[in-house]
Design a protein around this ligand. Structure first.
Ligand code: SAM
Length: 314
């Protein structure tokens, strides 16, 4: 069966990004190219998009699918934490909008070679960019129980972190946890659902999220990517971010709040010594969420939260 990725909150994304003829936009998380396609259509006949993704397969797939846009779509494989270098080098030194749709795509979730999901299974790699970093299975094979538990707590907010970490380390002696199926089964054994309270989510969801965030250094990349994107925006340009869990959303919210307020001094400082000026005005206050109809049609949208801000002249 052909896997597709349905773009989340497409109307709200377009409304807040406001592409127009002649505009330049950066899509920092190209994925299946769903949002990029809509931006290009709205920016007919000559608006351009730089589509970036850490995953080379995403670049190749979208290159073929959206070839009809010709040189209006510029594609680059790379991490959005490197946007400050990648965008100017690609001719996008000052842009009208930058968009981040965080996390992973349905293509990646279904990819049996990378073990992103407990349903698809496969070897536990979980890297967006398979040319860099360390696969998830290597973390499970080498980290101490303390470090694994800390990782599951920090990036998954997993209440049974210690129990799961101990079991993974114990399993190394006889049957190391190397596949998504192994990991899902181990967590399910330790954290069974209450049959009278069927869970909405699989018991291993938080552990999978934690590993993926750690393997891809997602939270550090997000902070660096947002900072770089803001520097690229021309006055009046828009920054739009879709996040899917509280760890991501907290970073986005704090970033936008700090740039809206200006001052970045520690809260206990009696007077401002940083001299930092506000660089953003919030466009969505506080944030937008999908409609019930969208969630019904696309359950992946369930936890989405959209925040948008506009670059000030300062
Ligand atoms: C949710 S999908 C984007 C879906 C896309 N908006 C669409 O409608 O088809 C997120 C994509 O961002 C990519 N990604 C995640 N973190 C990244 C990073 N730090 N740098 C570049 N790409 C990243 C993933 O590889 C994935 O393809």
């Amino acid at each position: 069966m052909e896997v597709g990725h349905t773009p989340v909150m497409p109307d709200q994304v377009l409304e807040t990004l406001a592409p127009a003829p002649g505009s330049l936009h950066v899509d920092a998380t190209l994925g299946g190219g769903g949002h990029t396609e809509r931006i290009l259509e709205a920016a007919n006949p000559d608006g351009r998009v730089l589509g970036l993704d850490a995953d080379q397969l995403a670049i190749e797939r979208v290159g073929a699918r959206l070839a009809r846009f010709g040189d209006r779509l510029v594609l680059r494989q790379g991490n959005f934490r490197e946007l400050a270098d990648v965008a100017p080098a690609a001719g996008f030194a000052q842009v009208d909008g930058a968009f981040f749709d965080l996390g992973l795509s349905s293509y990646q979730l279904a990819d049996r070679d990378r073990g992103f999901g407990f349903r698809a299974g496969g070897p536990l790699d979980m890297r967006f960019d398979v040319t860099r970093g360390v696969p998830a299975a290597e973390l499970l094979a080498t980290l101490s129980a303390d470090d694994l538990a800390a990782l599951f707590r920090k990036y998954g907010e997993e209440p049974a972190a210690w129990k799961i970490a101990k079991a993974i380390v114990a399993a190394r002696a006889s049957a190391p946890v190397e596949t998504a199926e192994d990991l899902a089964a181990l967590v399910e054994r330790l954290v069974p659902g209450n049959p009278r309270q069927p869970r909405r989510t699989h018991p291993a969801t938080r552990v999978f999220q934690a590993l993926r965030i750690s393997v891809n250094e997602e939270l550090d990349a997000l902070t660096e990517g947002l900072t770089a994107a803001l520097d690229l925006l021309r006055p009046g340009g828009r920054l739009v971010v879709l996040s899917y869990h509280s760890l991501e959303d907290r970073i986005v919210k704090r970033f936008l709040d700090a740039e809206r307020r200006g001052c970045v001094c520690a809260p206990e400082a009696p007077i401002c010594v940083c001299g930092h000026k506000p660089r953003l005005r919030l466009v969505t206050r506080p944030s937008l969420v999908p409609t019930d109809a969208e969630i019904e049609a696309n359950p992946r949208a369930r936890s989405a939260r959209l925040r948008a801000a506009e670059r000030l002249a300062a």
